[in-house]
Design a protein around this ligand. Structure first.
Ligand code: BES
Ligand code: MN
Length: 455
């Protein structure tokens, strides 16, 4: 083990150089113009797995972007870990807000800046380099390892979902390891045991047959923007509770152990507010910020458009308006049920003077794992050794819908050993990842494989 850790120290600069190459491929899954880059990136990952020492590496075609697979099953009788990650990234706009080019990894003051530096290239590269360190020193791994790196996480993982259903044998494992979440605080080893789910909806409100003069018609005919705004404001009550009927019906309460764990975490609401540059925090009455983020469902308008939005003033009564609304869900809420209740309720709120269309865009199930799971404990021990600090347990506000599928289809525990920080600007300009987290992450991954060989 010591030799492996020393090898990581000695070769760390090379790992940074390689991450630079990985980052330089603009693998934006949602844009058609980057389709070729997705293939280049998948091949790059497969090559890296191969040179790290993995066997049977392959790029697997899907109806969308390719999947990358690799395995090493040379430890018969030992447990098998499946390491999942994603090589696709989010678009980079608004480009003019980036201080350094998004696809050139730039190290400044201990942080690496680039799209994907954190989410998720930096975090999945950690595991590839940990495996490589074992092969370069011991010539073997302490347990069996399979890698599955996909290219469609940021667009819903629908092809991976299908692949899981038909490849349970290939992917059979004792635990799934994922580094695609956040640490609780800088340099604080963290294992998360929950993720929120998602229900993403779009509302369109249609008024008069075309845009009208707001003087000749304003006041006599419904304005779809006014009506949409009224409707959205009715989705929460004065206590910050969501008003959709039955919305909270399936919401699970925290266990006693969870409550104790939450209490043990040091969290400053004042510091959190200050970092976000807001005077005061806001949310559902009766809950603290961590509860609002992790164990309570939410509803947010993500975007709203309609009417005249150009420079200057144009007097117009718009003919339509639309809004994108997401709900983050918690166990045991079901996105399909929530979408139905949302649609029924929103339609009932709209006045007869407008037409309303409600569409479900996508969704994902929430996830929670028992805190006492063996593999979860193994990951916590490993992270503690690498970061030389006690591991904390958190839940996450974000979503990784495929996690529930892993859990169900492979019947294996999923471990979320996140290495990023919520302040790393993922999905946003100047995304970054701490150089020290990258290094400690590689060590944590190495310790984890060792811990897993003993369970
Ligand atoms: N890595 C994130 C998930 C995440 C974000 C976990 C923040 C913890 C903290 C992942 O790549 C992501 O962005 N997920 C989407 C899923 C959605 C598109 C279904 C999300 O949470 O919005
Ligand atoms: Mn993401």
């Amino acid at each position: 083990m010591e030799k492996v850790i020393q090898h990581i120290e000695n070769n760390f600069n090379n790992y940074l150089e390689e991450l630079k190459e990985y980052i330089s491929i603009p693998s934006i899954s949602t844009l058609d113009e980057n389709k070729k880059d997705m293939i280049t990136c998948a091949n790059y990952v497969a090559d890296k797995l191969k040179s790290a020492g993995m066997k049977k590496t392959k790029v697997i075609k899907t109806d969308g972007h390719p999947l990358v697979y690799g395995e090493w099953m040379g430890a018969p009788g030992k447990p098998t870990v499946l390491i999942y990650g994603h090589y696709d990234v989010q678009p980079v706009d608004p480009l003019d807000e980036w201080k350094t080019p998004p696809f050139e990894l730039t190290v400044k003051a201990g942080k690496m800046y680039a799209r994907g530096a954190n989410d998720n290239k930096g975090q999945n590269f950690v595991h590839i380099k940990s495996v490589e360190s074992y092969f370069k020193t011991d010539g073997t791994l302490p347990c069996n390892v399979k890698f599955l790196i996909e290219g469609e996480e940021e667009i819903g993982s629908s092809n991976l979902g299908k692949f899981l259903k038909t490849n349970q044998k290939l992917l059979k494992c004792d635990a799934v390891m994922i580094s695609d979440t956040s640490m609780f605080a800088p340099n604080t080893p963290t294992v998360s045991y929950g993720l929120r789910g998602l229900c993403y909806m779009e509302i369109e409100m249609i008024g008069p047959k075309q845009d009208l003069h707001s003087g000749s018609f304003g006041g006599a005919v419904a304005n779809p923007i006014n009506e949409l705004a009224k409707l959205i404001s009715k989705l929460h009550d004065k206590n910050g509770k969501i008003t959709i009927p039955n919305f909270y019906k399936d919401v699970q309460k925290m266990t006693k152990k969870e409550k104790e764990n939450l209490k043990s975490l040091k969290f400053s609401e004042a510091k959190f507010a200050k970092e976000l540059n807001v005077k005061e925090l806001q949310g559902e009455k009766g809950f603290g910020t961590l509860e609002r983020l992790w164990i309570r469902p939410t509803l947010d308008c993500n975007g709203i458009v309609g009417g005249f939005t150009g420079k200057g003033a144009k007097t117009v009564l718009p003919s339509k308006a639309s809004a994108k609304i997401s709900m983050r869900l918690v166990p045991n809420q079901d996105p399909k049920t929530v979408a139905k209740e949302f649609t029924k309720y929103v339609k009932s709120l709209a006045p007869k003077s407008v037409k309303i269309n409600v569409k479900e865009l996508h969704g994902g199930l929430p996830f929670v794992a028992p805190l006492e799971e063996k593999a979860v404990v193994a990951a916590a021990n490993a992270a503690s050794k690498a970061f030389k600090k006690k591991t904390v347990f958190t839940r996450e506000g974000g979503s990784i819908p495929i996690v529930v599928e892993f859990n169900k289809q492979l019947n294996a525990p999923v471990i979320l050993m996140g290495l990023g920080l919520d302040t790393d600007n993922i999905h946003s300009p100047n995304e970054h990842f701490n150089v020290s987290s990258f290094k400690s992450g590689i060590k944590a991954s190495a310790y984890f494989l060792d811990e897993m060989s003993k369970i």
